[in-house]
Design a protein around this ligand. Sequence first.
Ligand code: MN
Length: 250
Amino acid sequence: MAVKQTAGRDALGAFAPEFARLNDDVLFGEVWSREEKLSLRDRSLVTVAALMAQGLLDPSFQYHLATAKRNGITREEIAEVLTHAAFYAGWPKAWAAFRMAKDVWAEESPDDAMSQHRSRMLFPIGAPNDAFAQYFIGQSYLAPVSTSQVGIYNVTFEPGCRNNWHIHRAKSGGGQILICLAGRGYYQEEGQPVRELHPGDVVNIPADVKHWHGAAADSWFSHLAVEVPGEETANEWREPVTDEQYGKLK
Ligand code: MN
């Protein structure tokens, strides 16, 4: 998707229309927009480092810091970027950059955390999971990835959100596979220790095994849920994972 930029035409459209066109349509409309080559997040990292190296710490730098935040770079990450760049670009430039970054990352709203989580995975977060809300504690989201042959859904949990204990029933076959995409979460089978989940982890859940899955208390979490085909499959929802059970997890 093309990045929409009007700063060139807004500021210089009358004075330097060709410069404005190159800025808005080529630099942003073409180069920044080649997301298939390099993500917006990565382009923000390059841009912030390049501007800081030149000591270009003017309002355009502030704009690029705000863009970097919007593209999913966290407060911890920008602090690490500026610290790293300080050794190559110069200590005083890092000081000046930190003064601006402190303002831009002054407060992290829940929306920021959600968009940062979104920027860390290929699949969308999707819509609030209202149809299954009664079987969850906290807010979850659902995005269909495949709805034919094998059902695959991206399930996203806000921090602290988890589903109730449940069982994927099947006469034969069936069960569920979780493929973890982003954030930190948990999986537990009844009578077993809790397993902590990270991006790239895969959980194979046989049919007829009671279990739950969800996010850590301090992290968004997303996994693909693959519905393993079987005969006479059905979900059986049980009791919630209590705060006492969940609260023991770190
Ligand atoms: Mn399940």
